[in-house]
Design a binder for this molecule. Structure first.
Ligand SMILES: Nc1ncnc2c1ncn2[C@@H]1O[C@H](COP(=O)(O)OP(=O)(O)OP(=O)(O)O)[C@@H](O)[C@H]1O
Ligand SMILES: [Mg+2]
Length: 396
């Protein structure tokens, strides 16, 4: 039986070994292997849980691909199905799924080599709607074992993830735009937790709803359905006044096109925003922090794109926001200036602020703590990055 499966999936087995040996780090290796197994087993969603043996001794979501929701972030060994599969080392195969959780069919296999269990992999729902077969379950188990063995041979530095408190939560968020009789549904059920002090990078094709989601998170727009919590307070159906206060008190925005006031100098652009909030930072200090002290009295038209973007970052930061929302902040900049801006964003995160940044540049994902990819108004992929790269080491 096993021999015939190995023979049938000969190519996938070779691919698993090849992608792991080709990968630069654990995240990349796990991600690429799980996507191979996901193709072979025809699974709609795959989720990898990785055990943090040198950290908090929990299983952390490392990578998820598919349209199901991926809210749960950490699991105790021995608790729940994932925790039990990890602790006991035995696969669980539920062809009939978990109807109460809206799971049609599921396989959960340990990610183990000959002497340790690294975590486990869950496969949820077959793409064709049929239940998983015993053969699918056997294939997943064998492939996961091969992956774990190859990972072990490669000797990756596993790294740890720090569990941070949730600052912002979206659940089942939908957004429709009405234009006459036509209704366009842009967000189709977004579930997302955003953590304190994280850099969350958001990718996805043009039109998939990235800016719409950012606008809802920033209180710039109302959602149609679902819930949106900031530090546990519900802003789902807040009125305009409440949303204005929410933006003023908690959020800083950075846009691709800077959006500076053309008739105000650099310092005036920052001061103007600082005056909106009582406990704002000192505009002079923030301007100096972004390295623009000598441009203090320049108007936007007298500054380069990179300098204008730094003013716009200073303007976002002067209110001491808890979350900075950046929509393609480097899209209009050349490489060197883009890296300068990303280095500032890196410092913003290091100083304790959460940053949600939309980009079309895959390279930028390497500096993130977490990456989500959106597709057609939903979150399709979540990648937890245990080894964020410094902005100055990014190359494109
Ligand atoms: N005010 C609006 N009225 C009608 N449709 C809108 C409105 N705002 C956005 N849309 C539509 O919603 C969809 C998603 O838009 P959104 O701006 O969120 O995409 P995006 O992922 O940010 O794309 P891009 O990468 O091009 O910036 C698009 O099809 C867009 O045309
Ligand atoms: Mg956009």
């Amino acid at each position: 039986m096993i021999d015939s499966l190995l023979f049938k999936h000969f190519k996938a087995i070779g691919d698993i070994r090849a992608v792991i040996s080709d990968s630069e780090n654990m995240e990349e290796a796990l991600q690429r292997c799980v996507n191979i197994i996901r193709e072979v087993s025809n699974a709609e969603t795959a989720v990898i849980w990785y055990y943090d043996k040198s950290g908090d001794k929990k299983l952390h979501l490392a990578y998820a691909h598919g349209t199901r929701t991926f809210i749960e972030n950490a699991v105790e060994p021995g608790v729940g199905m994932v925790g039990k599969v990890f602790s006991e080392g035995n696969s669980v195969f539920l062809p009939e799924g978990l109807p109460e959780e809206n799971v049609r069919s599921m396989i959960c296999v340990p990610l183990e080599n000959s002497y340790e269990t690294l975590g486990c992999i869950q496969f949820i729902d077959r793409r064709d709607g049929a239940p998983f077969t015993q053969e699918d379950a056997d294939v997943c188990e064998i492939m996961a074992m091969l992956a774990a063995t190859a990972i072990d041979e490669k000797g990756f530095d596993v790294g740890t993830v720090e569990q941070k408190p949730v600052i912002l939560s979206l659940r089942g968020v939908t957004k429709e735009f009405k234009n006459g009789d036509t209704v366009t549904r842009v967000l189709k059920g977004v579930d997302l937790d955003v953590y304190e002090r994280e850099l969350l990078v958001i990718l996805g094709e043009s039109g998939c709803g990235k800016s719409t989601m950012l606008n809802i998170a920033g209180g710039m727009d109302n959602l149609t359905d679902g819930t949106f919590l900031f530090r546990g307070s519900d802003y789902s159906h807040a009125d305009d006044k409440t949303l204005t206060e929410y933006r003023r008190d908690h959020i800083g925005f950075i846009f691709q096109s800077y959006n500076l006031m053309p008739n105000l100098t650099a310092i005036q652009n920052i001061r103007f925003i600082a005056e909106l909030k009582k406990d704002s930072d000192d505009p002079e200090r923030v301007l100096e922090w972004v390295g623009l002290k000598e441009r203090r009295n320049n108007y936007p038209s007298q500054m380069s794109g990179g300098q204008q973007q730094r003013v716009s970052i200073a303007r976002a930061l002067v209110k001491k926001p808890e979350i900075v929302l950046a929509d393609e902040p480097t899209a209009a900049l050349d490489y060197t200036t883009g890296i300068e801006v990303l280095s500032i964003i890196e410092d913003v995160v290091a100083s304790g602020t959460t940053v949600m940044m939309v980009t079309h540049n895959e390279e930028i994902t390497k500096m993130a703590n977490r990456v989500i990819r959106m597709r057609g108004g939903k979150i399709d992929e979540v990648i937890v990055n245990r080894h964020p790269v410094k902005a100055t080491d990014l190359v494109w």
